[in-house]
Design a protein around this ligand. Structure first.
Ligand SMILES: Nc1ncnc2c1ncn2[C@@H]1O[C@H](COP(=O)(O)OP(=O)(O)OP(=O)(O)O)[C@@H](O)[C@H]1O
Ligand SMILES: [Mg+2]
Length: 240
């Protein structure tokens, strides 16, 4: 579904991605892991057309998309749940959802709106409330729901667990798995390696703009390097 070949991205003199290659097969969940500043969000921005790559190719369902505008890429079936959710505080919950369907006709998106409200009954209860009044977990669900309103083939998620309590993280991840079982291919960016690898078919680890490791969830969870960097002593939180 998604193939990235030797992708390089720089912000002026800062090289954020030094040439990464990865594949997200149709029907799978692939995790992209890495510490702060590793280049995860940059990869998502490049795939979705928000930043122009310096070099490399990006193929969505076999067709090159690098250099296309964001809206052209979303019409080809890509949706993004961005880092920090990017909810419009002054729009209602339903208005936020409809933004995800801006290029579709009402007859086309109406069943998807129903579906989103089935998945997230709390959003339906709060449909006329301002997006900014939702809790963090509800805003994450709204961001997910908004992405689903375009009925994507490929969904990019940038740290959906960030800032959420463990119970809500579990809920969000179980919905991600459910969407995948219904046929959505997913690239899941996470710092929470343990949670992401539990649902991912395959994972890549980014370090300083380069891929350091790749493997199945089981292989990566057992890898000593990953254990030390992401699952080790710090996993239960910092000592104070
Ligand atoms: N607009 C920008 N201008 C200059 N440098 C940038 C810009 N955006 C990101 N960078 C730099 O690129 C590198 C990768 O950043 P990126 O946001 O992709 O990391 P990340 O893996 O998503 O980190 P985090 O887990 O903290 O979200 C960092 O060194 C960052 O400072
Ligand atoms: Mg990021």
């Amino acid at each position: 579904m998604l193939e990235i070949l030797d992708l390089q991205v720089a912000y002026g003199a800062i090289r954020a991605l030094a040439g990464i290659s990865l594949t997200v097969p149709r029907g799978q969940i692939v995790a992209l892991l890495g510490a702060n500043g590793a280049g995860k969000t940059t990869a998502i921005r490049a795939i979705s057309g928000l930043v122009a790559p310096r070099a490399g190719r990006i193929l969505l369902a076999g067709k090159e998309i690098q250099g296309l505008q964001t809206h052209a890429i979303s019409r080809r079936g890509l949706a993004v749940v961005p880092e920090g959710r990017r909810i419009f505080a002054n729009l209602t919950v339903q208005e936020n959802l409809l933004l995800g369907a801006y290029f579709r006709k009402k007859a086309a998106w109406l069943p998807d709106l129903k579906r989103v409200y089935e998945l997230f009954p709390r959003l339906e209860e709060r449909r006329d409330q301002g997006g900014g009044t939702l809790s963090g977990g509800e805003q994450q669900m709204l961001a997910l729901g908004r992405a689903l309103m375009s009925r994507p083939r490929l969904l990019l998620l940038d740290e959906p667990s960030l800032g959420l309590a463990p119970l809500i993280v579990k809920e969000v991840f179980s919905i991600i798995r459910q969407l995948n079982e219904e046929g959505v291919t997913i690239l899941l960016v996470e710092q929470n390696a343990a949670a992401a690898l539990k649902i991912a078919h395959y994972g890549y680890v980014l370090e300083n703009g380069r891929l350091a490791l790749a493997g199945t969830g089981g292989e990566l969870l057992a890898h000593p390097h990953l254990q030390a960097a992401y699952l080790g002593d710090g996993a239960e939180g910092p000592e104070i």
